[in-house]
Each structure stands twice: as C-alpha cells, then as structure tokens.
Design a protein around this ligand. Sequence first.
Ligand SMILES: Cc1cc2nc3c(=O)[nH]c(=O)nc-3n(C[C@H](O)[C@H](O)[C@H](O)COP(=O)(O)OP(=O)(O)OC[C@H]3O[C@@H](n4cnc5c(N)ncnc54)[C@H](O)[C@@H]3O)c2cc1C
Ligand code: SF4
Length: 247
Amino acid sequence: MGKLTGFMDYAREEVEEREARHRISDWREYKAPFSDETLKRQGARCMDCGTPFCQIGEVLDGATTGCPIYNLIPEWNHLVYLEKWEEALERLLKTNNFPEFTGRVCPAPCEGSCTLAIADPAVTIKSIERTIIDKGFENGWIASRMPRNRTGKSVAIIGSGPAGLASADQLNQAGHMVTVYERQDRAGGLLMYGIPNMKLEKEVVERRVRLLEEEGIQFILNTEVGIDIHADELNEMYDAVILCTGA
Ligand SMILES: Cc1cc2nc3c(=O)[nH]c(=O)nc-3n(C[C@H](O)[C@H](O)[C@H](O)COP(=O)(O)OP(=O)(O)OC[C@H]3O[C@@H](n4cnc5c(N)ncnc54)[C@H](O)[C@@H]3O)c2cc1C
Ligand code: SF4
C-alpha cells in the first residue's frame, strides 16, 4: 500500500493547469502531468483497501462504479510511491490498452468509488495514470510489440474509435491479421473528431495509431463499409468481422 499513514499525511493535489491568459491564445492541452515528487506523494495516499472499490467495475443502480476495465489501481499506486515507474507502467498496461487516452479523458468512476473519499478527497487516480504512461513514452519504454506467432486467421474491424482500436490491439497481439476499415480520413473515431484538443491532443491519438501500424495492423481509411465495400465482401475476405461503429 502507498505509505502506511500517507492518507493522513498528505492532501490531494491536482495537476497544474496552464494559466488562462496563456490558454486563450491556442487550443492546446491545458493540464500537465505530475512532477515525480507529487506523483510519489499522491501514490502514498492509497490505502490498499481490502476491497478496492476503485477497481471493481460494476454497474450499480445504472451507474458505473469503479474502473470499467479493472485497472490494478492500488498496485500501481504502491509502485509509484516506491518510485518504480517502469513496474507501475507494466501493471497499468496489463488491463489498459491506451492509458494515454483514459488518463486524459476518462470521467474517472474509480475516483468516485475510492474509499478514501468517504472522509477525504479521493486518491488522484486519473492523474497518476496519465503521468505513468506519459513517463513511459518520454523514457522510450513504450515500443512496438510484434506478436510472436501468427494464427493464419484474419479479422476485419469496422470503425477506428477506441472500441475498434482496442479490439485491433488485442486481436493483433493474439496473432490474428487485423484490418481496420474507417470512413473518415484519419483513425481514432471520436477521439480524433469529437473530443477537443484541450483535453486530448490529436498527436496523442496519432502516436498510438502509428504504433499499432508498426505492430502489423492495417488501416484502410476513407472507406465506408456498406457503400465503398459491401459487408458480404468482408465476410468472404475475413474469418471474422467486428462492428465498432460507435453510436
Ligand atoms: C464532443 C465529444 C466529447 C467527448 N468527450 C469525452 C470525454 O471527455 N471523455 C470520454 O470518456 N468520452 C468522451 N466522449 C465520448 C467518446 O468519444 C465515445 O464514447 C467513444 O469515442 C466511443 O467509441 P467507439 O469506438 O464506440 O465509437 P466512435 O469513437 O464513434 O468510433 C466509431 C468509428 O466508426 C466509424 N464508422 C462508422 N460507421 C462506419 C462504416 N460503415 N464504415 C467505416 N467506418 C465507420 C466512424 O467514422 C468512427 O470513426 C466525447 C464525445 C464527443 C462527441
Ligand atoms: S479505493 Fe482508493 S484508497 Fe482504496 S485501494 Fe483504491 S485508490 Fe487506494
């Protein structure tokens, strides 16, 4: 667990935001990652609860409680406290394909479920997550991972939003040949053409798409399935087809 008395010793701190007078001159992201010192202090606040509600990922009364992708939150909070950044990254990547997206735009139901929030402000889980993955990219710990074996099976994924990208990543790592069809001119779905830059800069999305390409995933852009290519053709060409076309 973080530090035994961390939740009593340290207050919750927020990441720094750019000053409004600077922010108004561009559309760039306005939040910065934590410094190492702050990151450590904030990780120290985690109590390593016997039942870590932060990571349960349940729907209760129609509302999401805890992390829907079951992030191993107390584990990486502890590793951050110990300044074991690379190990923290490894734990984070066990459950999360793209922490650089969720660490920036997820509404953080984990924090809403944090036990500490009963009496004090919650652990700053989302900002810790974002800082761990940003550190991973800065230090070159994130590199393309080539699947060891290929299964000979092929999959078409329609739509390149977060659902399509996560499916593509999982199936490619499992060894299948993955092709993503996207009707827009860029991959990313609403990460690219919905969420504004001030929350998620497009370079962050493009960086991930480049990695996925390096790992063997093929993106076919400007192609609307149902108009430019018929669904029957896809069914003939691939062993499986996954629909990730969003709302
Ligand atoms: C303005 C805005 C701000 C948002 N802010 C946040 C936020 O801060 N935090 C958050 O968690 N969520 C936010 N969201 C919601 C989030 O973006 C969506 O929940 C998420 O993108 C859904 O992912 P998806 O992969 O299911 O679908 P999408 O992202 O919609 O991706 C579907 C993709 O499929 C493609 N497609 C559809 N039909 C076809 C076809 N026939 N052929 C080929 N391609 C096709 C589409 O072009 C699209 O690229 C925001 C949404 C918007 C619009
Ligand atoms: S609920 Fe909060 S205090 Fe408990 S393990 Fe999760 S992050 Fe730590």
